[in-house]
Ligand binder design. Sequence first.
Ligand SMILES: C[S@@+](CC[C@H](N)C(=O)[O-])C[C@H]1O[C@@H](n2cnc3c(N)ncnc32)[C@H](O)[C@@H]1O
Length: 190
Amino acid sequence: MEYSRVFIVISPTAIVPKELVRGIASTTHRLDVILRSAIAALSQGNDIRRDTLFIGYASKSNTVIELRGNELKEIPFSEIELLNLILKRSIRGIQLYSFSLPELKKYLETLCKSTIYLKENGEPIDRVDLRTIPRPICWFLGAHIDVEPQQERILGLNKALRVSLGKISYMTYQCIVIVNRLLDKALSEV
Ligand SMILES: C[S@@+](CC[C@H](N)C(=O)[O-])C[C@H]1O[C@@H](n2cnc3c(N)ncnc32)[C@H](O)[C@@H]1O
């Protein structure tokens, strides 16, 4: 099955620990934001979004967390449960890669037909016809803090289409929930 959407969350601070830790938010420098975003991207009621790929990049450990909706057997409700699954390293549908940002960019070029960078100051999303944008669309987001300008340059986000969900600065997982709803609506009209 082809993916119709790929969410990529770049955290300038997060690390993926070697083992399960207490106080996940502080000890992993906010990996919880990536994990919560993954749960939001892949959950559809009690089911899993099979057409969705999630990629989280923990910059401080150069780790890519990839979750493939079409292979996962379950998506937990909590960040700590998801981290537990990720650290087992043998769960179908979950991959960890050690990538630099240029390597991540190359990898994404093999996946994405188009790129949208979600930014508060971008083009209002209601002016973008999501039905006509080639899929899979790769949706880039920052984490608890924005993607750093140097990271934007390396990933080519300085030249990407910037799209806004409105003037309010939402949490990353909230943006993903909104985009999933809008995409579901747009694709049901195709
Ligand atoms: C919590 S925000 C980042 C920090 C925020 N810019 C601040 O001032 O604290 C997380 C990410 O969600 C996305 N985002 C948040 N609100 C958005 C909006 N209204 N439109 C588009 N993207 C948004 C951006 O990618 C942003 O980097």
